[in-house]
Design a protein around this ligand. Structure first.
Ligand code: NAD
Length: 363
């Protein structure tokens, strides 16, 4: 049985009043081309220019998308008066260097996830933003994915009561060829992928006391160096348990990408559409049961947004709104994101040392 939901689910990104800040890209690779630019165009943001270490890429992207300025260097980009916000999308080991320059120029910035490939650099990035007094946000856009954002709203409404068991499981055949540089990284799955799910669970349920993580490789993953199958458990002080289980080499079974948030009074379950055929994806689905509606009653609202591009509107809109109203970005500040980074490195410590780890052990 299915019921009309009694109130409008609040899951779409919200724009501030001023949306015409001049945005310039540093790095115009894959993610900028298939996610950032379509999202910003959809939202009507003001794309003023771009720079890439590979000038041909920057020129091609600018020509294809009608971006007026192609800068010859980061210095030229940062000196340009039309650039008010810098959207950084370079590999994580390049990000600290770029942030150092952007902060010195006093420009606001959206950093890519992961903030860095080690905790010290991530901390330094946050310090640089603070010292410069600029707004600094991170592109953890799963917080704006429709299923996750709708779940946040429902959990805050008390629909599931006290959360007790929460999980995100993704079992798919990931198109690794889209990121050839990832083949060489020693830390792969948790740092680049499960980080989204760990961050989403933090967004919904807060910070765990303990993290336990098990990492493995797939027999046929060839030259891909890092872990590609991981299971991570997040234990909370009040008995809540979180599970993130991901396998990127499901070559045979039907793919699945699901979330289940179960509580004392109800449950929210659904699918993460993007992970069924990345990067095209499909809208998430969501199903709600709650003691408010009676046992056996399933409520299945339609979510009509795609992770790519819609969630990417959310991260930039949050930064622009923070600039406009002069406060820390509400749902994606880099400072908050350090706690996600901390969990990621706690997961690696757990896997390496075969034990549960407290996040505070990561210095
Ligand atoms: N938020 C997400 O969901 C998501 C998804 C995919 C990738 N990413 C992140 O986005 C970043 C870029 O990923 P991608 O898939 O676009 O990679 P990519 O290899 O397609 O593009 C990276 C681009 O950065 C340029 N570049 C490298 N160093 C630079 C520097 N110092 N200055 C200027 N340009 C530089 C390269 O020339 C290249 O064009 C990575 O950090 C990745 O982890 C995030």
């Amino acid at each position: 049985m299915s019921l009309r939901f009694p109130f409008e689910l609040d899951y779409k990104p919200k724009l501030g009043k001023k949306t015409d800040y001049g945005i310039a890209f540093i790095g115009t690779g894959g993610i900028v081309q298939y996610a950032h630019i379509p999202a910003y165009k959809k939202a009507g943001f003001n794309l003023v220019g771009c720079y890439d270490l590979n000038p041909e890429t920057a020129k091609k992207v600018a020509a294809e998308h009608g971006i007026p300025h192609v800068y010859q260097s980061i210095e030229e980009l940062l000196a340009a008066p039309e650039v008010e916000v810098v959207d950084i999308a370079v590999p994580p080991w390049e990000q600290l260097k770029v942030v150092t320059q952007v902060a010195a120029a006093g420009k606001h910035m959206l950093c890519q996830k992961p903030l860095a490939d080690n905790f010290a650099d991530a901390q330094r990035i946050v310090e640089l933003g603070k010292q410069a007094g600029v707004k600094q946000a991170v592109n953890h856009q799963m917080r704006w994915d429709a299923g996750i954002r709708a779940s946040k709203h429902l959990i805050e409404e008390g629909i599931i009561g006290v959360p007790t068991d929460v999980e995100i499981q993704v079992n798919t055949l990931t198109p690794w060829h889209m990121w050839p540089w990832l083949a060489a990284v020693p830390h792969l799955e948790v740092l680049f992928h499960s980080i989204h799910y760990i961050d989403a669970l933090r967004y919904l349920f807060g910070d765990p006391e303990w993290i336990t993580s098990r990492h493995a490789r797939y027999a046929k993953q060839g030259g891909v160096k890092g872990e590609t199958k991981t299971i991570t458990i997040m234990d909370y002080a009040n008995g809540l348990q979180g599970l993130v289980a991901v396998n990127h080499y499901n070559e045979w079974a039907e793919p699945f990408a699901i979330f289940r948030f179960i509580g004392t009074e109800g449950a929210i379950t659904g699918t993460i559409g993007l992970m069924y055929n990345y990067p095209t994806g499909r809208p998430d689905t969501i199903e709600i049961t709650s003691s408010r509606y009676g046992k056996g009653v399933k409520i299945t609202p339609t979510l009509d947004e795609f992770w790519i591009p819609d969630a990417f509107v959310g991260t930039m809109a949050s930064l622009l709104e923070a600039i406009e109203n002069d406060h820390t970005p509400k749902d994606n500040s880099t400072e908050d994101n350090l706690k996600t980074q901390r969990l990621v490195y706690a997961a690696y410590m757990s896997a390496a040392e075969n034990r549960s780890v407290r996040p505070s052990e990561v210095k």
